[in-house]
Write a new protein. Structure first.
Length: 160
């Protein structure tokens, strides 16, 4: 199969896509972490969860999807209030909150919950970008229940 070179340019010389190409997924990158991270306070802490992507055009958007599992260990009558943020390199670009409540206040022992975040970013860059997630909680929380569960961050470059 021959490689088609538009206007006799190399692939790396292409900086924009033709009209009508917007909205297509150009690349997908995923990062994961199965290391257990203890969070004991509302100040946001790194989960060790990140992924790098290099957009192919400045008009591209990056859809960020996270799947984060938390676990409140021990007996408590409190709801789980977890907070999360997404970072582009070192800049916070999105904040989220997850509140897990139980109908039966006597059953709040070892409660599992999710803190999932989705955000569509417009980085206007063709340089490598590192996206990462941080989390915090009002209660003592373990993120990632055991070595079998993974936190994931998925990055999708969307043509602009």
């Amino acid at each position: 199969m021959a490689i088609i070179k538009p206007n006799n340019n190399t692939i790396s010389a292409i900086t924009a896509l033709p009209a009508g190409v917007g909205g297509k997924v150009l690349q997908v990158v995923q990062g994961s972490n199965s290391t257990q991270v203890q969070i004991s306070g509302s100040s946001l802490q790194s989960l060790g969860l990140s992924a790098d992507i290099t957009p192919s055009a400045t008009s591209s958007k990056i859809l960020i999807l996270t799947s984060i599992i938390g676990y409140q260990r021990g007996e408590t009558t409190n709801d789980v209030n977890a907070y999360g943020s997404l970072l582009r390199d070192s800049t916070t670009i999105h904040n989220a909150q997850s509140i897990q409540r139980s109908q039966d206040y006597s059953s709040k022992h070892n409660m599992a919950f999710t803190l999932n975040m989705e955000y569509l970013d417009s980085p206007s860059s063709t340089s490598q970008i590192t996206y990462s997630a941080r989390a915090g909680s009002d209660n003592f929380v373990l993120f990632s229940i055991d070595g079998n569960s993974k936190q994931t961050i998925t990055l999708m470059e969307i043509a602009g």
